[in-house]
Ligand binder design. Sequence first.
Ligand SMILES: *[C@@H]1O[C@H](CO)[C@@H](O)[C@H](O)[C@H]1NC(C)=O
Ligand SMILES: *[C@@H]1O[C@H](CO)[C@@H](O)[C@H](O)[C@H]1NC(C)=O
Ligand SMILES: *[C@@H]1O[C@H](CO)[C@@H](O)[C@H](O)[C@H]1NC(C)=O
Ligand SMILES: *[C@@H]1O[C@H](CO)[C@@H](O)[C@H](O)[C@H]1NC(C)=O
Length: 301
Amino acid sequence: MKIPLAMALLLAVAATAAAFNVTEELQKEPDYSEFNDLLTKSGLASDVNTRNSITVAVIPNSKIDQLRGSLGQTATEKQLIDIIRVHIFLTYINPAVKNEDQQITSLYQTTGKAPGQDGTANLTNTKAGLDIVMSGSNTTIVKSVKQIGYNLSIVEVDKPLTPNGVLPQAPTPAPPPGTVPAPAPVPVAPAPILAPAPGLAAATPASTRSPGSASDQSSAPRILASTLLLGSSIVGFALLWARSKPRSKRRVFNVVNPYSNSNLDNIALRIWRRSFWLEPHEGEIACCSSDLELSQTILSD
Ligand SMILES: *[C@@H]1O[C@H](CO)[C@@H](O)[C@H](O)[C@H]1NC(C)=O
Ligand SMILES: *[C@@H]1O[C@H](CO)[C@@H](O)[C@H](O)[C@H]1NC(C)=O
Ligand SMILES: *[C@@H]1O[C@H](CO)[C@@H](O)[C@H](O)[C@H]1NC(C)=O
Ligand SMILES: *[C@@H]1O[C@H](CO)[C@@H](O)[C@H](O)[C@H]1NC(C)=O
């Protein structure tokens, strides 16, 4: 009688251990709550849970801004999800044991969106430890967070992986304030619809300010210029959007100041059927609180 009972207990333990829930594992580790949040919101947690031999390279909360920052202000939600996919590998890696140098495949590679092999990485032993090198980017595994059988490994890495091909294109230089062109002329080629917010990208980094402009003294013209610049970018987008959606509903978007990434108070972009315009707006806008969501909304509609 004793032996079958022991076996039954073992089987019961094995049966419950077979399933894992990455969300719950990470909930036990408050240091990674933000990554856990991204994993859940992106829907990738349930993908991870269906797999069998997988490593999630997590970034502590203190470095999550590096991940968002690497994408820039023009990133779409899809790019954020892709960068999370980059941190999920279809190989069980236990940093506590000796690992052979090997090529590992990320979940991003499986989407077919990675140019060539940009979604695969090399796992290599270096003096610093176990490195992951991936298309112009690398990181080091700092420690094991959780190992479950040969099924789920959660490891902490010292910085986010930001491989080529996932990141938005480098911003094109913005024209200096004062020479901001009028909103784009009407005929627009259809190709840019799939590009990551090209107009908005033109207005992003502080480095695009014209050399020698004393930012203290010129902040009013700069805000005006960026409003115009952004306005024309959004108008260009809205145009594409309106052309592709003849029966669109009335939509209101926040207008974002690209220099501070904050909303421009009381100015909204309204889209109604094939028309769109900037107008004064009081109160909350339910739809889009940032250019990230705005571009996403337009691109995914
Ligand atoms: C994993 O855990 C989270 C949080 O407890 C829960 O919401 C989710 O439904 C779980 N997923 C599965 C597949 O059980
Ligand atoms: C990984 O290693 C292979 C073989 O050495 C090499 O061809 C490839 O370029 C490497 N990939 C990366 C991302 O460094
Ligand atoms: C890792 O990235 C750093 C820059 O962040 C670079 O200096 C270094 O050469 C890279 N290492 C490898 C093995 O690619
Ligand atoms: C790993 O997954 C396999 C297949 O689902 C399962 O049989 C095994 O018990 C799991 N191991 C652990 C430790 O969860």
